[in-house]
Design a protein around this ligand. Structure first.
Ligand SMILES: O=CC(=O)O
Length: 312
């Protein structure tokens, strides 16, 4: 194929990998035993980097790509991609916004209901034969409760819309209040957590939100509070979360993301009041296909017009 040489950092679906190889002759970086050594010899030929929220890339990789002109990433978060070197070199980055909002918001709602009504725990109870011995303990009501959303962006707003079907009151915290927003604004994460029954994290990851949910926020959420995280593990001080749950200072947690994925703190594995998912927010057939199409649409637009369709 004529056109810019493409380097693909990590494998996505087989369908996507095949398209990248057949239609764009993309070089599969992950197949090189010593990727950095490969780039040291061959890096100068690549002009476009295709990666994902999960694989990201390192500063060393960017340095070994002196002719890089664009980065196209699969996923909405880009905290695994070093932005400063890209900005310095004027290299644009695209992500896949909008197409995954509904699925991530659906999962947040599912986790919220699971955490409050103890669905996964009740399932384990039945499977273990415990129903034959006694009744399952009561959960917490979902409808009519107070929903605090930390990060009212596109996904947070999709969640807020869903919560209206459950007659919930909604408040949020962002760095600044949103103009014309129908929901109440809390001036800090602590203030939001103090008010909320359920605190759901839908903010971006990265340095600006690192450990935004700390011991103080968890204490404010309290022994009846539920924390739901579909954002990034780095937003929560995981050690403080484990301690708060272990000591009964936080009611429950329902988590799709962790600080050191795929590693989950061992202490959480044995806690009945914790729901643990393997980062599946956008993981549906329909949404993943749309995300793939959007990566390819960005790549195509860059090849044809020298610009990206959904630049960050
Ligand atoms: O976590 C997934 C994403 O950022 O899309």
């Amino acid at each position: 194929m004529n056109g810019p040489k493409v380097l693909q950092v990590g494998p996505l679906s087989e369908r996507f990998n095949r398209r990248m190889a057949e239609e764009y002759a993309a070089e599969p970086y992950w197949k090189h035993v010593d990727g950095q050594a490969f780039l040291a010899g061959q890096g100068a030929q690549f002009e476009v980097l295709v990666t994902s929220a999960r694989f990201g890339c390192t500063e060393a990789m960017l340095e070994a790509l002196p002719n890089l002109r664009a980065v196209c990433s699969f996923g909405v978060g880009y905290d695994a991609i070093p932005l400063e070197p890209l900005r310095r070199r004027g290299i644009p980055l695209s992500n896949t916004p909008d197409v995954l909002d509904d699925c991530v918001a659906d999962l947040a709602m599912g986790l919220l209901i699971d955490g409050a009504r103890r669905i996964a725990e009740a399932d384990r109870f039945v499977r273990a034969g415990n129903w034959l011995v006694g009744n399952f303990p009561l959960g917490a009501r979902v409808s009519g409760k107070r929903l605090g959303i930390l990060g009212l962006g596109r996904i947070g707003q999709a969640l807020a819309r869903r919560s209206s079907g459950f007659d919930m009151q909604v408040r949020y915290h962002n760095r600044r209040p949103l103009d014309g927003c129908p929901y109440g604004y809390a001036a800090s994460p602590v203030e939001l957590a103090q008010w909320a029954d359920f605190l759901v994290l839908t903010c971006p990851g990265g340095p600006a939100t690192h450990h935004l949910v700390n011991a103080e926020v968890l204490a404010a959420l309290g022994p009846k509070g539920l924390l739901v995280n579909v954002a990034r593990g780095s937003v929560v001080d995981e050690a403080a979360l484990v301690a708060a749950l272990a000591e009964g200072r936080l009611g429950a947690a329902a988590l799709d993301v962790f600080e050191r994925e795929p590693r989950v703190p061992a202490a959480l594995l044995d806690m009945p009041n914790v729901v643990l998912l393997p980062h599946i927010g956008s993981a549906t057939e329909e949404t993943r296909l749309q995300m793939e199409e959007l990566v390819i649409a960005n790549l195509r637009t860059f090849i044809d017009k020298g610009e990206l369709l959904t630049p960050v």
